[in-house]
Design a protein around this ligand. Structure first.
Ligand code: ADP
Length: 343
């Protein structure tokens, strides 16, 4: 797939180079023709008309040569000059062709670079997304096939298989929603309105309340009254994703804290947990699409997820002209801060 894209891009680069080069050469040849023509006219304007040729005389007043001879000399010189000018223009155009070809190829590559990068990112995204989709689908298929082949399958076991099916399908739906959000938040601009920070926090906390209760985790909120320009639904989805992670990666019976504080012209929304934390080596990558730290994937303590939550959060925060920062170390919990401009 990637090879085909490279080949396609190479042929596009060559076609674009040829188009640029055609324009450059047309201009160069056009200018040369005009230059040749005006130079010739300029030279001819200095040639005395035929009737005045007899005025070319020496100091004692004698005619140097006859009209015919002088005409011959002028004609020869003019022909020589035209030929030499023509040769120089041909050499200049040939040089233009060689240097122009290299320059146009460089220009074509430069013009196509954003397209190449976005195509490669798209291919990477599609291949990662299909990989993530295939894993739970394979698990579903195997689970159902095994259950179907089991002749002594009891009603309780069948219900257990069905429950597992439902869980896997719910996970797949979450993944599909996440993929749609990733596509949506990259393109559509958000409609920002003046919004109270506490409304966003309350909305986000509501979205994760069930998950927190399931692990008996307390969500402790200390909210400062502030107004920011936000798309309430999108920003609460982002905050809910951070809270969801804080719950997922924390031990049962712990506390997740949410605070909002004024910092100059910014509103900071801070989510901190005392969970498994993030290793220094993983920190620079956690906002990349489909990135999951080894800790989150490890077999004995694996936590559900697809590695797209934080990349969605980052896109949403960027659309609010804000940034997201994280402080964490392995085993010492994590603190995520949303820095948003105040209204
Ligand atoms: P996932 O669905 O895997 O949680 P995210 O994009 O939300 O995907 O997060 C990317 C990775 O960042 C996670 O796999 C996890 O390793 C790490 N991570 C995010 N939030 C936390 C947190 N609060 N505590 C520990 N690790 C976290």
């Amino acid at each position: 797939m990637q090879k085909r894209i490279h080949q396609g891009l190479l042929s596009s680069t060559i076609r674009l180079t040829l188009s640029y080069l055609t324009v450059v050469m047309l201009l160069s040849i056009g200018f040369s023709a005009v230059f040749y023509h005006t130079s010739f006219k300029e030279v001819m304007s200095h040639v005395p008309p035929q009737g005045l040729l007899h005025e070319y005389r020496n100091a004692s007043g004698q005619q140097i040569v006859d009209d015919k001879e002088i005409k011959q000399v002028f004609a020869e010189r003019i022909a020589e000059g035209r030929q030499s000018l023509l040769m120089k223009l041909i050499i200049i155009n040939a040089l233009n062709l060689c240097i122009g070809a290299l320059f146009c190829y460089y220009l074509a590559r430069l013009s196509l670079r954003p397209l190449r990068e976005s195509m490669m990112a798209q291919v990477q995204f599609v291949s990662n997304a299909s990989h993530e989709l295939r894993t739970p689908l394979t698990a579903l298929q195997t689970m159902n096939e095994v259950a179907l082949r089991d002749k002594k399958l009891s009603l309780t076991q069948a219900k257990h298989v069905l429950q597992q099916n439902i869980d896997e399908v719910a996970g797949l739906r979450k993944l599909a929603d996440g993929l749609l959000r990733l596509a949506k938040y990259g393109v559509q601009p958000l409609a920002l309105r003046e919004t109270q920070v506490q409304e966003i926090i309350a909305d986000a906390v509501n979205q994760v309340l069930k998950a927190a209760q399931a692990k008996n985790i307390i969500i402790d909120t200390q909210v400062n009254d502030m107004v920011i320009r936000a798309d309430k639904d999108s920003l609460s989805i982002a905050l809910a994703a951070i809270l969801d992670n804080a719950i997922k990666y924390s031990q049962s019976n712990s506390t997740v804290r949410v605070r909002s504080v004024k910092k100059g012209n910014e509103a900071h929304i801070i989510v901190s947990d005392s969970g498994i934390g993030i290793a220094g080596a993983d920190l620079p990558h956690i906002f990349e699409r489909f990135y999951r730290a080894d800790e989150s994937r490890s077999k004995q303590d694996s936590v559900n997820g697809y590695g797209i939550g934080l990349s969605i959060v980052q896109k949403i925060v960027e659309q609010h002209k804000g940034i997201i920062s994280v402080q964490s170390s392995r085993g010492k919990g994590a603190t995520f801060t949303l820095h948003l401009p105040r209204a």
